[in-house]
Design a protein around this ligand. Sequence first.
Ligand code: SF4
Ligand code: SF4
Length: 180
Amino acid sequence: MESRDLCEIVVLSKYDVIIPFICYQCGNCCRKYFPHIFKDQLPEISRILNKSLEEIETLLADHFDAYNSGAPKDCCFLDTKSNKCLIQEIKPESCRLFPVYSDFGSGNVDCRGYKELRNVTCLFLEKRKIAAVYKSCHYKLEMRNIPSTEWSKILSKLAKAEVSPLFVQRFLKANKIKVA
Ligand code: SF4
Ligand code: SF4
């Protein structure tokens, strides 16, 4: 898995908070996940993997059956030793956007990045503001930056969350917070 530059934006009354998503590249999402693959991608997959179309269709059908039976297997396109996607060059959109935008199956996946993001999002959200979460950093929002008078409150909130030092680093950078 390569790292993904995804985020959520929580809109508060006076400013907006960017909450980054960090992929820790554990590969768990490729272990219980059924990728959304379109039929017109099959010839390209067949070329990349040097397998016939029929072989690819059989792989996907077996994977789909296992997924539906409630005993999902590792994705048939995962290199289980390296955690790399074998079809990286045409990686399906649902995989590239997992879990921030797609949310598909994320409840079943032990994803450290997803837990961290949810955990921190909840810290900043008041109950009634859930609808104000924008799930796309493609939105060209006029961001209202966090005023420097709020930084200490924001940082003490963040300290209560169980997040990695890397998360804190990305959070500060994304929100343009400079710590002396
Ligand atoms: S489960 Fe989460 S942290 Fe692990 S590779 Fe997938 S997106 Fe990254
Ligand atoms: S297609 Fe690639 S990224 Fe998507 S679940 Fe399979 S191995 Fe993971």
